[in-house]
Write a protein that binds this ligand. Structure first.
Ligand code: SF4
Length: 231
């Protein structure tokens, strides 16, 4: 129930003028392939299993993906890649995520992002990042089962590090650099598990392959089950 309240609050937020203008303009101008779709064009709330042990953290909604469909990583190539892997790993009920009403359910996982509005060039500004940070803090507090945070890309890793510091988690010193498969144990908080982001830039070039994402999800599951280096 409290998660639903938070989701509704996120969806109604208009705190960042630049992002409000951008997300709404994208929703009016649309991409030709989606010209018959009614774009969501609002902040995108997290979704998944309230009992999740795995929190999957992205950067922000994609302009014609989640900003169109209203669900994280839904309706674009990044989402196709991610949910196929989540399905192989047993976290998703189906391998595709096309629109909000497609029946997809997550098991033991919750998908969200550090910034909830689609930013121009996928690059939120620091004040926008900071304005949105309270939402992920509140979301994590409402997901007490979380044992691991899968950070999709360096931006998400940095956001997760700030989240841990803000919520009293103690990180190793020196802080490990972001890298695919890196696990960062956190005293008093969930472990951070790093993965390259499933953007087309990475998946089309082979920087991130399906097998690599499968491997990192297996690492995350090990952390969740307490059989790997986790906090
Ligand atoms: Fe609100 Fe976050 Fe969107 Fe800014 S980025 S308008 S804080 S939901």
């Amino acid at each position: 129930m409290e998660l639903k309240v938070l989701q509704d609050e996120v969806a109604g937020c208009r705190a960042c003028g630049r992002l409000v203008e951008w997300r709404e303009r994208v929703g009016v101008e649309k991409r030709r392939a989606y010209r018959d779709d009614e774009y969501w064009a609002r902040p995108v709330p997290g979704f998944g299993d309230p009992a999740a042990r795995l929190l999957i953290l992205g950067l922000a909604p994609a302009a014609h993906g989640a900003n169109r469909t209203g669900r994280m990583f839904t309706g674009d190539r990044s989402g196709d890649f991610l949910y196929a892997a989540l399905h192989r790993a047993g976290f998703a009920s189906q391998p595709t995520s096309v629109h909000r009403g497609d029946g997809l359910q997550l098991r033991d996982a919750w998908v969200t992002a550090a910034v909830r509005c689609a930013p121009p060039d996928n690059k939120p500004l620091p004040p926008e990042r900071d304005a949105c940070a309270p939402f992920i803090r509140r979301e994590l507090a409402l997901l007490p089962g979380v044992r691991a945070i899968l950070c999709l890309g360096g931006f998400a890793y940095e956001a997760a590090v700030r989240l841990m510091r803000d919520t009293g988690g103690v990180l190793p010193h020196p802080l490990p650099k972001f890298g695919h498969g890196v696990v960062v144990p956190v005293q008093g908080g969930p472990a951070l598990v790093c993965s390259y982001h499933p953007s087309q830039q990475n998946t089309f070039t082979g920087r991130l392959t399906p097998a690599m994402l499968d491997d990192v999800l297996a690492i995350a599951r090990g952390v969740m089950d307490g059989v790997s280096a986790g906090g």
